[in-house]
Ligand binder design. Structure first.
Ligand code: ADP
Ligand code: ADP
Ligand code: MG
Length: 675
């Protein structure tokens, strides 16, 4: 067995591999970038080495540097985790050439199966069904367009080397085909260094079902059952479970033997996943992931087996102790991915610092986290915060455990999909097990889950409008005078990712009575009178002593008094507590960013904002250009996705504020237009 293993990754997966090392008595070695000096994975490993600046290309993707570190630290193996260099055959070969063991399949198997095109051809040759499409070498636009006509619409353009939903476009009609092909090629080239694309028929209501396989170097190859990963947004998984509630034992036997046939044909060793889509009782091969998968814990919990330890043993040349018959398919397990992202705004990634993170963990709950309280989610890497895995004797027991775990989770400091996940696992259609990859599209509309209580909205609006923060106030008397002079005070603010409008109008002659009007989008939330009694300090001096203070509210004159606790105060934001739960209320940025579509098509606005933090990839227009509605103006890239900002109407570009390569934040003005 190895003595020392370097983990060429970060976040939760690096911490996960470190756990397996410690169970096997292996010394674990972390590598880290400037952004990760204090990161959890560094703390989780026995040793750690700095490898470069924050951008992945200068650190976690620097294969040469990583091998150098491994040799200098006298490691005998490298585990690549997932993402980064894990599916890079050249890196795997370089690791072997340096005399180190590679915890993964052979470089040959990675390059054969890492190409969606090559692996589909291999599947066809081995009698494994594939989705109809074009998997040819010729990549001219003309050829692709004519093949698209043969495949029919809707279709998918996919990067052959793609992964993580990147380089993939759904094309509904021929008119947008060329733009989609070019976009997929560009994304593929930037992300994978290979611009080849393929075309696939787009199935309407499929499920995603994948088979975990594991092979040793002595010719043994087994499967560890299937996972159902149908709950996706943007073609990326959010919830996974095993076994699949959608297939019976007959399909299960067929799909797992197809997966094994393909893995065998590829000469596959170590852990890998064969992905299929399943519709109308038929399954079709999608791709093989030649690495450990994000959702491997689902299988581990369902069958009681440690895949990462097995990967390391296999790489060290050990023979399996396990044969197919002794794999015990007993339990049901479900995983949800907790992301720093905003479900209210098209699931776009967000960044920030985690100020609170805690959960009540029952016996059926496992949490694989990459961060802890105080850690930041930076724009450099994947926005996944943690995976929560619940298991049970059957599916309903696992769902119940998951609901409890999510209910008890406290997470503050940034926008996350936590409320969305709570909503999702409580949904009757999820409970029924009957859904396709379109679940989210079909059942989720922004605002679908429980909104913050009215007390928080009114209390937040009152603090933000009537008690400006210390920074805004030079002279406390000016503040009071200003407040007394105002007859109507408008405010836009956000709570838990949702944006609200408030208008407080003074009821004449009454010091602390207002007419309050609060709405979210077009929906009125409160329209009535309000008595507001704010803590003296907060109002008069704009300062906050740090001691919790009370905001006293009385709705519609006669209602009972509500005490909302003011627990914190910063510039443009405050933390309020009501009935034991805390909420951060923030002043919203000036231009409407309520939904993704209002950002893309700000109807009467000529100011186009960046909908997410990221890097400007391409600027497609210049000041003075005449553009038509929907024409792409700027392409932004963040984490794992590309986002196109389009012209809201026909008109002239008045200004472009950034150039390719610039870093932008949410709300930064990218371009201005005039009619
Ligand atoms: P999987 O197929 O393993 O379930 P996804 O397809 O959603 O997971 O995403 C996996 C891919 O996403 C990885 O191959 C990688 O490209 C990227 N990825 C996900 N998480 C991370 C991470 N923490 N660091 C780097 N890349 C990541
Ligand atoms: P990636 O490399 O990004 O994981 P995949 O080819 O595995 O790309 O596809 C990711 C997801 O996209 C699938 O899980 C499925 O939901 C959807 N998808 C892929 N191909 C098709 C298709 N032909 N029809 C319908 N949905 C598809
Ligand atoms: Mg995939």
């Amino acid at each position: 067995m190895f003595k020392k293993l370097l983990i060429a990754n970060r976040g939760e997966i690096a911490a996960r591999v470190a756990r397996a090392c410690s169970a096997l008595g292996i010394t674990s070695v972390a590598v880290y970038s400037d952004a990760d000096r204090q990161a959890l994975h560094v703390r989780a490993c026995d040793e750690s080495y700095y490898i470069g600046p924050a951008p992945a290309a200068e650190s976690y993707l620097r294969g040469d540097k990583i091998i150098e570190v491994a040799l200098a630290a006298s490691c005998d193996a490298i585990h690549p985790g997932y993402g980064f260099l894990s599916e890079n055959a050249r890196f795997a070969q370089a690791v072997l050439d340096a005399g180190l063991a590679w915890v993964g399949p052979s470089p040959e198997a990675i390059s054969l199966m890492g190409s969606k095109i090559e692996s589909k051809r291999l599947a066809e040759r081995n009698g494994v069904p594939v989705v109809p499409g074009y998997f040819g070498d010729e990549q001219s636009i003309d050829r692709l367009v004519s093949e698209a006509g043969r495949v029919g619409f809707p279709l998918l353009v996919k990067a052959s080397a793609g992964g993580g939903g990147k380089g993939m476009r759904v094309v509904e009609q021929p008119s947008v085909l060329v733009e989609a092909i070019e976009g997929a090629q560009r994304e593929a080239l930037a992300a994978f260094g290979d611009r080849s694309v393929m075309l696939e028929k787009y199935l309407a209501e499929p499920r995603h079902i994948e088979v975990q396989v594991l092979g040793d170097q002595h010719g043994n190859l087994i499967h560890l059952g299937e996972r159902d990963c149908s709950i996706q947004r943007r073609h990326q998984k959010v919830v996974e479970e095993s076994p699949s509630p959608a297939i019976d034992n007959e399909i299960r036997a067929r799909i797992t033997s197809s997966a094994l046939a393909l893995a065998r044909a590829a000469g596959y060793t170590n852990a890998g996943t064969v992905e299929f889509i399943f519709q109308g009782g038929e399954y079709y091969f999608l791709e093989m992931n030649t690495r450990l998968q994000v959702e491997h814990p689902v299988t581990e919990e369902a069958i009681g087996f440690d895949i990462v330890q097995a990967q390391i043993r296999v790489a060290a040349g050990e023979r399996f102790a396990l044969d197919q018959e002794s794999v015990h398919f007993g339990k049901h397990a479900i995983e949800v991915r907790l992301y720093a992202e905003d479900p209210e705004r098209g699931f776009l990634p967000s960044t920030g610092t985690i100020t609170q993170l805690s959960a009540r963990i029952g016996p059926n709950i496992r949490i694989d986290a990459g961060v802890d309280r105080g850690d930041a989610i930076s724009p450099y890497y994947d926005p996944m915060i943690a995976k929560i895995i619940a298991s049970g004797e059957d599916r309903s027991e696992a769902i119940r455990a998951m609901r409890d775990a999510l209910g008890s989770l406290e997470l503050r400091g940034l926008n996350t999909n936590l409320d969305f996940l709570r909503w999702l696992v409580a949904h009757p259609q999820f409970e029924s097990g009957d859904f396709s990859t379109r679940f989210i599209e079909r059942y989720y509309t922004p605002g679908a889950f429980a909104a913050p209580p009215i007390e928080i909205l009114v209390g937040g609006a009152a603090i933000l409008t009537l008690a400006p923060s210390h920074k805004d106030v030079k002279d406390p008397w000016t503040n009071i005078a200003w407040r007394q002079a105002q007859q109507q005070i408008p405010c836009r603010f956000q709570v838990e990712g949702r944006t609200y409008h408030a208008l407080l109008s003074r009821i004449s002659g009454q010091e602390s009575r207002w007419q309050a009007n609060i709405s979210q989008g077009d929906t009125a939330i409160y329209d009535g009178s309000l008595d507001i009694d704010l803590p003296y300090d907060a109002v008069a001096t704009g300062s906050f002593s740090g001691q919790a203070a009370s905001i006293r509210l009385r709705f519609d004159g006669n209602d009972a008094l509500r005490n909302v606790i003011l627990a914190g105060r910063g510039d443009c934001e405050c933390t309020l507590a009501w009935q034991g739960r805390e909420y951060v209320v923030r002043q919203a940025p000036p231009v409407s960013t309520e939904t993704l579509s209002t950002v893309i098509h700000v109807r009467d606005e000529d100011t186009l904002e960046s909908p997410m933090p990221g890097k400007v990839l391409k600027v497609l227009a210049k000041p003075g250009d005449t553009v038509s509605e929907d024409q792409p103006l700027v392409i932004i890239e963040a984490m794992k996705m590309e986002f196109t900002v389009r012209a809201p109407h026909d008109g002239i570009v008045a200004a472009m504020h950034y150039k390719a390569g610039d870093q932008v934040s949410v709300g930064d003005i990218l371009a201005e237009m005039e009619k």
